[in-house]
Ligand binder design. Sequence first.
Ligand code: TYD
Ligand code: MG
Length: 458
Amino acid sequence: MAKDKTTYICSDCGGATPKWQGKCPACGAWNTLVETVADNAAGSRNRFAGLAPSAAVARLADIEAAEVARTPTGIGELDRVLGGGIVEGGVVLIGGDPGIGKSTLLLQALDGLQRADVPTLYITGEESGAQVALRSRRLGLEQSQVQVQAEIQLEKILATLAATKPAIAVIDSIQTVYSDQLTSAPGSVAQVRECAAHLTRAAKSGGTAIVLVGHVTKEGALAGPRVLEHMVDTVLYFEGDTHSSFRLVRAIKNRFGAVNEIGVFAMTDKGLKGVSNPSAIFLSQHAEPVPGSCVLVTLEGTRPLLVEIQALVDSGGPSPRRLSVGLERDRLAMLLAVLHRHAGVACMDQDVFVNAVGGVRISEPAADLAVMLAITSSLRGRPLPKGFLAFGEVGLAGEVRPAPRGQERLKEAAKLGFSVAVVPRANAPKKGSRETEGLAIHPVDRIEEALEVVRSLA
Ligand code: TYD
Ligand code: MG
């Protein structure tokens, strides 16, 4: 019986126990035991033993550093985040909200590859073959030669991979795949982890590149298994507001390329189309400046993006709320404290909402200054000047720290017709710089100084 082979291992200490318990008998942690299959007497600690064949120990200098072979997908923006293309035997995890376009993008990519005579396989667990076919017609891929199989059982998928030996296989999605070696339900942490480990093993040994599609929970984590991120070579996330047509694909881990590179797409009635010059797509159009809005230049990978930060400060109840969309909430709390302590701007009794327009997620601290100026502008009910932008990290002591590659940010803003900027002093260009012509730049050292500049501009 399958049950005999199952073991429970603690995700904290790795200790194994034959029976599920609330508390790990080895380390005493609660709710850390996860079902897994014992491959041999040594227990399931050896689950990854097959990931790589054992090789001789060699001096680093003697090992030939071969460049990995990449197959470009033909979709420029996707290749950019992948670091040039799909790597043989590489495993890519692509996550995102339902309906954001994961299946669409991958079907487009597979079709392009198949047209270039790269053998492909699309395993669909969420939709039937007919639904996938319908989508391909909608995408204008009538004569698509992509091989499709509707299957959710791991063992059968592995058999198909071994028999057809595609160069690239997409598993849509990893949460629907299950192995009958485990008793847990499909989509559970144990199933997802076990199936992903087996597929990774198959990719490495068979030379097939595998793309795993994963769902993201409400909290923004790939459902359950963060451990998947460690197993795979590349992790891509889809971002963007499903209500707007723009989508970002961000690389958050890449063993074969740069991270934090982004690909930008627009969802059209014929699928996703790359946007090669995306710097202005996240700006909302206000005829006249409104209070609580401040534009920021953020550097995503190699390209600067202009993003509008909106803040709404409104009188709150006894325990005022702090809410942020697209920005870190803990950082927001910190910035509010800095504003109060160093610039005398008090929001203690106010609800504060902050939003990065367009569903982008901004993780770089260079957004601090724009967030603080937007909050102050909303609190005072005074808009920032027309054509205004700001960037820079703000420290706990109220100091404004430089942002990386400030010149590029300012250059892009000048190109888009912005006229006033408040920036960290170290980011101010040299006198007479022609690249930022038309942009009046106000360098500042401290947050109170930035607020002073804004007041003088009004
Ligand atoms: P989908 O790729 O199914 O999302 P996921 O696999 O991430 O869940 O995307 C579905 C959405 O995209 C759906 O709301 C319809 C829309 N769409 C278009 O706008 N144009 C198209 O050509 C296609 C195929 C889908
Ligand atoms: Mg899908």
